[in-house]
Ligand binder design. Sequence first.
Ligand code: SF4
Length: 275
Amino acid sequence: MPCPPEIILELTARCNHACPFCYCNWHEEGETVPEDLPTSAWRKIIRHCVDAGALVLQFSGGEPLLRKDIGTLVSYARELLPAGGLMLFTNGTLMTPRRFAFLKRKSVIVGTSLPCLATYGAMTGRGRGRERILESIRQAAKSKWAMSVRITGNRTNAFEAVETVLAAAEAGAGAVMVEPAMLCGRAANTPELALERGEWNEIRREVEKLKLPRRMKPNFCDELVCECRDMPRAMRARYGVKDFSCTCGTLFGAVGPDGRYRRCIHLKDALPFPC
Ligand code: SF4
């Protein structure tokens, strides 16, 4: 089996947010949170991914900036992939100008999460912080290394989805992705939060009506449930599964905080690493 060109490296299961919609599979019932692997183990994994043909590495978590060795791992990946794609997805709370400048120097595309505005505390478990994220997005735009922003919709924050997209665009986001919360991870335990197909379509229509500069036109992820997972028929009907062909395992794969390979970030079952 060929190695997918893009590998998501979930460097840690730890996070300083507690988003009720978090898709990280270790939040599912009975799942114990794995300990962080040491730097040496992640260096081996990065080396293995590159040797196996990965062209893009995405650092994520949990919150990857909680790792003290994040700079070491990013530098190592850049050394092995001098012209490859590197990305880092963060909740933004630990981003500092110094860290951002380092990531820019290493040509790492930075993505951040801005789930909402007024409901930011309820949606992240942190009362304050949204202004800080918006300021980070502004500073990134000023430094000509714009951040991409992900907005995850659910029944609590749906009413302000349009305002959140506008706030991200006004702050200077380089790209905006809007997606519905999926029934995985912590969200699997709070299905009442999940949008049904009609509710999601309504948000999508409202966002599409916005007059935004071309480069900030939002991308949409239309998955309400993960196609890779078995779902009861009633649930699939309720959340309106689309005819969708998932590229996991072919275009991308993931290595979890325990160092095991999965073809999809929403799956728990580990597989032998391709190649
Ligand atoms: S969704 Fe992201 S920021 Fe929120 S708890 Fe999960 S890993 Fe942390």
